[in-house]
Unconditional design. Structure first.
Length: 391
């Protein structure tokens, strides 16, 4: 009997121990899950800049303005750009940022003789082309300012904030500088001795940088060469020549492939510089919509002299021709984002999807000199106003 009671007592103790162990395990798992969620939230808050996005939305609702149209009289507008859901305007002296309801979020002088602006996500880059200064900023703060030793030829900012800057150099034709999104130091530099670097882009996933450089061969023919480097070891991985072609645009798509557009040919290359697809054309493009991070592109040819129209050629993932659309009128300007493209010809703006289907058409009372395609709206800069022409 005593033995039976002892066995029952031991069984009860084991049961309690298992119960307490299970409770401790659940608590530990709960703590780890909570810590994981907290760390994940902190990571997203930092990497996705959720705090900045919230701040932008608060500023959009709190800023005072009369909305669109915005008076631009007396200013020389150089360019328009998009910063998240906001629309930016670069003039010869000042740059502005407006919410999509027309409320002014930012107005500042840049002090550059020939300002050029590029944007990606919530960041935008302003540099003095032919000068030696640039800055990277968001709506609420300046992230990076630098004065280079030599003149800036061109610069670009990737979706992840990586900065590519092409300058002249003392002993070389040009030099490429690459900074990561922290802008603390250069992560890659390449100097071209007998080539003129025109444009470059970076891909954070593959940690590569692609640069398109222009040169002339022995017969005087123009040659565009695409160079692909790894930013980790500063080693050239591959290169590809395109004879009889002058580069117009180079961007990475979201698969890490390189989209090159020249005056005679457009091609998609992988990181080993193998051609995945290409298309040739006889007319020189009047406009190019080659959006970083998006597959495909749109090339516009102005045929107003002979046909009173422009042709928009829509290219697919490997630059196969999907569709060519004839647009009545003289080509003025164009813009695009990850989902749509806009082409403006002689008073009419046309909105297209990636398949080249026209989804909307808008007439403007005043002729536009520039257009900017926002997330949901289309904006136009006329002689003296910034207008919203699509709701």
């Amino acid at each position: 009997m005593a033995k039976k009671e002892q066995n029952e007592f031991e069984a009860a103790r084991r049961k309690r121990r298992k119960k307490f162990a299970a409770q401790r395990t659940r608590k530990v798992i709960g703590i780890l899950l909570a810590a994981g969620l907290l760390l994940g939230a902190i990571y997203l808050f930092i990497t996705e800049d959720i705090g900045g996005i919230i701040g932008d939305r608060i500023a959009s609702s709190a800023a005072g303005s009369e909305g669109f149209p915005v008076d631009m009289s007396g200013m020389t507008v150089k360019d328009t750009f998009s910063v998240g859901e906001h629309i930016g305007v670069m003039t010869d002296a000042v740059y502005f940022l407006f919410a999509e309801n027309g409320k002014q979020l930012l107005s500042a002088q840049h002090g550059f003789a020939n300002p050029v602006v590029e944007s990606a996500g919530r960041r935008f880059l302003i540099y003095d082309q032919g000068g030696n200064k640039l800055m990277v900023r968001m709506r609420d703060k300046i992230l990076f300012e630098k004065e280079f030793e030599y003149k800036i030829i061109s610069a670009d900012i990737a979706e992840d904030g990586t900065l590519s800057v092409i300058t002249s150099a003392q002993r070389y034709a040009s030099r490429l500088h690459v900074f990561d999104s922290s802008y603390e130091e250069e992560i890659f530099t390449w100097s071209a001795s007998d080539e003129y670097i025109i444009c470059a882009d970076t891909d954070s996933e593959s940690k590569t940088v692609a640069a398109a450089a222009l040169s002339a061969n022995a017969s005087g023919e123009m040659v565009t060469t695409v160079h692909v480097f790894t930013t980790e070891a500063a080693v050239e991985l591959a290169k590809k020549e395109f004879k009889g072609a002058s580069v117009l645009s180079l961007e990475y798509d979201d698969d890490g492939d390189i989209k090159l557009i020249c005056d005679t040919i457009a091609a998609v290359l992988d990181k080993d510089a193998n051609i995945l697809g290409s298309v040739m054309y006889k007319s020189t493009p009047a406009g190019v919509i080659n959006v970083c991070g998006k597959a495909g592109a749109v090339i516009i040819f102005d045929r107003f002299t002979e046909a009173r129209a422009a042709d928009a050629m829509f290219l697919g993932e490997n630059f196969e021709e999907i569709k060519t659309v004839s647009i009545s009128g003289k080509y003025i300007c164009s813009d695009g984002n990850l989902s749509r493209s806009a082409v403006y010809c002689s008073g009419t703006a046309y909105i297209f999807n990636s398949n080249g289907e026209c989804t909307a058409k808008f007439e403007s009372e005043q002729d536009a000199v520039l257009i900017s395609l926002g997330k949901e709206k289309l904006f136009a800069v006329t002689r003296d106003q910034l207008c919203e022409i699509e709701s």
